[in-house]
Design a protein. Structure first.
Length: 27
């Protein structure tokens, strides 16, 4: 597993993007 340090960062970025896309219209 050489991507142990890489995959969590990608997951966090995807979650932040989803949250931003969902909350942006509400603001």
């Amino acid at each position: 597993m050489a991507d142990i340090n890489v995959t969590p960062l990608v997951d966090v970025m995807l979650v932040l993007l989803i949250i931003f896309m969902v909350t942006a219209p509400l603001l």
